[in-house]
Ligand binder design. Structure first.
Ligand code: ATP
Ligand code: MG
Length: 579
């Protein structure tokens, strides 16, 4: 069931009247933790963990979990462990481990020396399994997978006991040892917890806790040919590490009885509390690693870090800042119910961040040449321009000006309506931080009728952009000097899917909703010279065009490539739309 979180949603943006600091309103998880601290549960200690499986790159949904786990730990003087849940060697890789670590650090979180791997506990987990067998709480089952499924029953029908359920402890110990020693084939036997085949919760119908699998593990190599299952591993890893609150997404709610059964049965000294919250879903995108992998493998995007992907690496390359993602996670808050957040909430988070912090620059994406016929051919001058309209601490820079400049092609209309406050024949506009100019002539290609050049005259008395006689000039255009500009490629992005919920219908392939126009590449863009120095870490506003950032992966020595992170709310656009 989905409800939408609208842009106006401002979750916890209340302000403390005395300190002017934002107040974090307590969500249900923070409320539980506060209560536990008050009651001195776990000695008042808070230890959480972020437990990714290293089988893909992290996405923005993971960012929600990272911000939550590291956030509540920090707020309560606790620690958050970074733990890789690496129990499925056939899908996991070291490269994913490294990228996940990089992403978490980039988001601004630090696990100190608390870096763990579930595979480090394989010996302990094995001993716990032996303990379960000795208690008569686990048995080796030889049912082939298909029969095991039939014995398990359905949601409406109870399961049946496996014929191997009542093996003796001795026989089970012997078989489990031989499973470990490699005597049996992959998949021929499993170890199951002995719980209740009639339970209403299918997860409790004697779940498999160990399987035979000859797969090379990226950390333990070929030491093991049996691997513990996720549900069994996760709760015990939490207990071994002394986790106090094990925060996970709602799909694990039905697994909680098993989580508790394992820890209660083994009487582990620490019994963390599993608390579930709703996973993040966003409009116009898919979130699961499996689906993201399909997009990559089938070439719908250029890779995991394609700037259209909502992976952390894609978002980073697109130009999002860690602060904007943290603030997004704050704004959306936590719920017990599935929801789908409007993509606009994410875009607003980055706009709000960059509006304050991004230096302004000038760039022309779809250029048209403009010649100032009364500006001396050889003359050049430097003009001062503010780096930020409101923050004078960001200083000014000097930009070159000469007789030939570029302006944006859509800032000119030959036959313009009255309310078009840009350039058209006979009208006067301001070139930002430069001069007032008037358009006199439009030069066209005789054959095609395409506009090649605009001939204009400038008012030498209007240096800096204001008229000496105080006459009003409404329109202000951005521009770059044609002689000094650097040529660049600019990539504009639209949403990757053209429907709000691409994976909403089980009968339709989510890829049929891909937006064929999600990437637009402009190759003849001109940037002010200052931008030659920009790096991928500089988040810049190109005036009137949006926020941009250099793409290190695609840029070459001669041609820089810039990605548009997000558009501005452009008032010019509104004018054109209205007419
Ligand atoms: P996916 O379902 O996208 O493939 P996953 O759940 O398999 O992801 P894990 O590596 O198991 O990925 O996830 C690590 C942690 O991140 C888990 O605690 C998981 O609950 C959490 N997480 C994953 N997706 C989301 C999401 N969309 N919103 C919030 N938390 C998430
Ligand atoms: Mg998962």
């Amino acid at each position: 069931m989905f409800f939408r979180v609208f842009r106006v949603f401002r979750g916890n943006l209340l302000t403390d009247m005395t300190t002017n600091e934002p107040i974090k309103s307590k969500d249900f998880i923070r409320a539980i933790i506060a209560e536990d601290i008050k009651n001195n549960k776990h000695g008042g200690r808070v230890t959480t963990r972020f437990p990714p499986e290293p089988n893909g790159f992290l996405h923005i949904g993971h960012a929600k979990s990272i911000c939550l786990n590291f956030g509540v730990a920090a707020e309560n003087n606790g620690v958050c462990h970074m733990r890789f849940d690496d129990t499925n060697p056939s899908k996991e890789e070291e490269a994913y481990v490294e990228s996940i670590k990089k992403d978490v650090q980039w988001l601004g979180f630090d696990w100190g020396d608390k870096l763990f791997f579930a595979s480090d506990y394989f010996d302990k987990l094995y001993k716990y399994a032996v303990a379960l067998i000795k208690m008569g709480k686990a048995y080796v089952c030889d049912l082939p997978p298909e029969e095991m499924r039939q014995y398990r029953g359905t949601l409406t029908e109870a399961g049946k006991d496996s014929p191997f359920r009542n093996r003796s402890v001795e026989e089970n110990l012997d078989l489990f040892t031989r499973m470990r020693d490699g005597e049996f084939e992959d998949g021929s036997r499993v170890l199951r917890a002995k719980i209740d085949m009639t339970s209403g919760n299918i997860n409790m119908r004697d779940p498999v806790i160990y399987r035979i699998l000859r797969a090379h593990h990226h950390r333990t190599g070929d030491k093991w040919c049996i691997y513990p299952m996720y549900d069994y591993t996760h709760c015990l890893s939490d207990a071994i590490e002394g986790i106090t609150h094990s925060l996970c997404t709602l799909e694990f709610e039905d697994h909680r009885p098993l989580y508790d059964w394992v820890l209660d049965t083994l009487q582990t000294p620490c019994h963390p509390q599993q608390i579930e919250f709703a996973r993040l879903n966003l409009t116009y995108t898919v979130m699961s690693k499996r689906k993201l992998l399909q997009l990559v493998n089938e070439g719908h995007v250029s890779g995991w870090d394609d700037p259209r992907m909502l992976t952390i690496s894609g978002i980073r390359r697109r130009g999002y800042t860690p602060a904007s993602l943290r603030s997004f996670c704050d704004i959306i808050g936590l719920a017990k119910r599935e929801s789908r957040v409007d993509m606009g909430v994410l875009e607003n988070a980055i706009r709000n961040d960059l509006n304050d912090t991004a230096p302004r620059r000038m760039a022309v994406l779809r250029p048209i040449k403009l010649i100032l016929t009364n500006y001396p051919e050889e003359q050049e001058e430097m003009l001062a321009i503010a780096n930020h309209p409101k923050n004078s601490d960001m200083g000014t820079r000097q930009i070159p000006f000469c007789r030939e400049i570029y302006i944006e092609a859509d800032d000119f209309l030959e036959e313009a309506p009255k309310k078009f406050f840009r350039l058209s024949p006979g009208r006067e506009v301001r070139l930002r931080a430069a001069y007032l100019i008037t358009c006199d002539r439009v030069i066209k290609d005789e054959q095609t009728g395409k506009i090649i050049e605009l001939h204009c005259t400038y008012d030498p008395e209007s240096r800096g952009g204001s008229a000496p006689d105080g006459r009003k000039v409404k329109g202000t255009l951005h521009w770059v000097s044609a002689r000094h500009a650097i040529q660049a490629e600019v990539r504009l992005y639209d949403r990757l899917f053209n429907v709000e919920n691409p994976d909403g219908d089980k009968n339709t392939d989510f890829k049929s909703h891909l937006n064929p126009n999600s990437l637009e590449i402009l190759t003849d863009c001109f940037l002010e010279p200052q931008l030659a120095k920009a790096t991928a870490n500089d988040h810049l506003q190109f005036e009137r065009l949006g926020y941009f950032c250099r793409d290190d992966k695609e840029s070459t020595e001669n041609t820089p490539v810039f990605n548009r992170t997000v558009t501005l709310r452009d008032s010019w656009e509104k004018v054109t739309k209205k007419k």
